[in-house]
Design a binder for this molecule. Structure first.
Ligand code: UFG
Length: 340
């Protein structure tokens, strides 16, 4: 198959591209390299050779997207490009809406003009907001009430997709799936690509950077949440399991239907539990200090993956936190400065 992958030079997008290339598909990556890495594109080129095309372009550039969709005879779009930091979104809400929602609309417009009608969209558990503990674990029908601009911008684009799939009198209706990711971690087993955010804000890489000596300590954002140890609880899913979910979703795309699935392992770990795991895996003391809460953080988020297991026969293979952390650690030790 022939794929256009937005955000293919980013963390999750690059892992998805690698898998597609390893499986023999043809991939066009569109990435503005604001958050993505040229080094990731190089790794993809090494894996895919002539089956990989790269376009340095912004989602807002509808004309370039149209050209790529048409010239490269794309049949399916995987849409990873976006801004993804909860804390940053509280400071730059407009940027988040512009990139995550308006950028998505530009892509959809290009797809409509060129007749490309299949899209899988990277959505997020942040669209659920701050559900009550009684709502945990989260199913796809848990009400979506985001509490930060990141979650709102992703939910808005879900709504745009839903509307397009339901468009009346559409002779070639859109088929769209949103996968609502929980906390993604880990790296390619062959260490060809991995997690490298600038700035890094995510818990596991920050703990590992402390172990590498690149940071003095971890700051735990809040110890007074209503959770068993007072720190936030999240559901950590390995990036390879997440890529598997995308491959499974390809077979579930149905014209005129918008569908969504949660992708998590169904178990929550607290910030302290993750820290302990990183200490075990690295053998480093990883000093940590308690700090104030980070704006926009819900206390606990973890998935009920029943629907994706039932509908797509997807199963998380990486269910042990130490294994997930080990995978991230392997990449980080091999690439202590990331793609730099
Ligand atoms: N945390 C710290 N110290 C740090 C970094 C993070 O205590 O230095 C805490 C956060 O407060 C949070 C937890 O670790 O409680 C996880 O934080 P991350 O920044 O790693 O991830 P988020 O939970 O903020 O966000 C991620 C994804 C979102 C997704 C969300 C939902 O980036 O796309 O998980 O589970 F929506």
């Amino acid at each position: 198959m022939r794929f256009l992958v937005t955000g293919g030079a980013g963390y999750i997008g690059s892992h998805a591209c690698l898998r597609l290339l390893d499986d023999g598909h043809v991939v066009t990556v569109v990435d503005n390299l604001v958050r993505g890495h040229r080094g990731a594109v190089d790794a993809l080129r090494a894996a895919g050779g002539a089956r990989l095309a790269f376009l340095e372009a912004d989602l807002a550039d509808t004309a370039t997207l149209e050209r790529a969709l048409r010239d490269d005879r794309i049949d399916t779009v995987l849409h990873f490009a976006g801004l993804t930091n909860v804390g940053e979104s509280m400071e730059q809400p407009l940027e988040y809406h512009r990139t995550n929602c308006a950028g998505g609309i530009s892509l959809l417009q290009a797809m409509k003009t060129t007749g490309v009608r299949r899209i899988i969209f990277s959505s997020t558990a942040a669209t659920y907001g701050e559900p009550p503990q009684s709502a945990m674990p989260l199913t796809e029908s848990t009400p979506q009430c985001p509490i930060n601009p990141y979650g709102r911008s992703k939910l808005q684009f879900e709504e745009v997709l839903r509307g397009e799939c339901a468009a009346l009198k559409e002779s070639s209706p859109l088929a769209a799936i949103a996968l609502r990711y929980f906390n993604v971690a880990g790296a390619d087993a062959k260490e060809r690509v991995g997690e490298d955010h600038r700035p890094e804000t995510h818990l596991i890489p920050i703990c590992l950077q402390v172990a590498l000596g690149a940071r003095p300590h971890l700051t735990i954002y809040g110890n007074d949440y209503e959770t068993p140890d007072g720190t936030c609880v999240r559901d950590y899913v390995h990036v390879e399991d997440l890529v598997d979910a995308h491959l499974a979703a390809l077979t579930a795309l149905t014209p005129a239907q918008f569908r969504c699935w949660n992708v998590g392992i169904g178990r929550g770990y607290s910030v302290r539990a993750v820290l302990e795991s990183c200490r075990r895996v690295t053998g480093h003391a990883i000093p940590a200090i308690d700090g104030p809460r980070r704006a926009g953080d819900p206390a606990a988020l973890y998935a009920d993956p029943t629907a994706i297991m039932r509908d797509m026969h997807w199963r998380a293979q990486w269910t042990d936190l130490d294994r997930i952390v080990s995978s991230a650690w392997k990449w980080m030790r091999a690439h202590p400065r990331g793609y730099a």
